[in-house]
Design a protein around this ligand. Sequence first.
Ligand code: FEO
Length: 391
Amino acid sequence: MQARKISDGIWWTGAVDWDRRLFDSLIPLPDGTSYNSYFVQGSKKSALIDAVDPTMKKVLFARLNSLNISSIDYVIANHAEQDHSGSIPDILAAYPNAKAVTSEKGKALIMDLLAVPEDRILVVKDGEAIDLGEKTLQFLYFPWVHWPETMLTWIPEQKILFPCDLFGSHLASADLYTSEESLLLPAAKRYYAEIMMPFRTSIEKNLNKVTGLDPQMIAPSHGPIHKNPKFIIDAYRDWVAGPPKNLIVVPYISMHDSTRLMVEHFVEACADRGLFAEQFDLADADTGRLAMLLVDASGIVLGSPIVLAGPHPKVAYAAILANALRPKATFASVIGSFGWGGRLVETLQALMPNLKLDFLPPVLAKGLPRPKDYAAIDALAETIRTRIIAP
Ligand code: FEO
């Protein structure tokens, strides 16, 4: 396994995880992922920017060995999560002169999570730089992309940014670069939805730090390297700060088809009014796809029967997920069916306290939906039309 040169004195030493299908025991990875690591050789010193998931450390060592490296001076821990930093203890053991370089908060995390000894850690402040000789590593704090300790590494001489998780994608590929932007965009959006969307306010505040650098290349720690940084920066700008789109997400479950009939009527009622509503059956759902829909959605309409006196647990899960992901949606409602009663609407509302949502009147049918229930669904669609299109 060879290291792959990406620029003068900089090599990719990462690992492609073709077969991984779940991240954090939560996030589906239909396309696998990669853990990108980069070795930088200056005229005086060398550095490794991020490492790899511990399951892939043999690959990292094989690529480093292909460069005949006898020592590494710095191991940059941009982010303490184990998929990047989990093999740093092995690197420090193999290269006894190396120091792990991280932010102030990163120091505590790599000591707590990875048992890195304090005397092997060098803390850098926001904006601080390390001179490798004809190459500088500058560190920019960028908290909450994905954890609070995260920093980006910038090499000004070559205008390459190493932002760790930010701008990444869970996409296993033999191609190190973004050769097909149309293929990359869905993977990058899915990754943004699953990993970055909860932090969109922080990203929006800090995005100008990145554009101000005018990078020529962005080399994240998951997925392809961006030779056209504008492509991914523009996509992020839209995802974090663009207005919500004409899209209503309708996650639902139906046990005996009454709720399904209501959901299908709602989706058609929306289409009749020029609204795009996407129904999403939670019975066998790809939650990553649900997260992607939430990136642009104006509203969330949950469809659930009342079961055991409350929402169907899979709909409750969708509400909890939406609450955690903090999408831009501005309104929500509930439609569904019941046999005898329970607390459906109140329970679902209470599961989404993080979202600034206007709750529109719910539509609940006793048993099979009747004409009055369909009329109420039409009225809900009309209310939404006045919000999204025009009064
Ligand atoms: Fe790829 Fe937050 O780790």
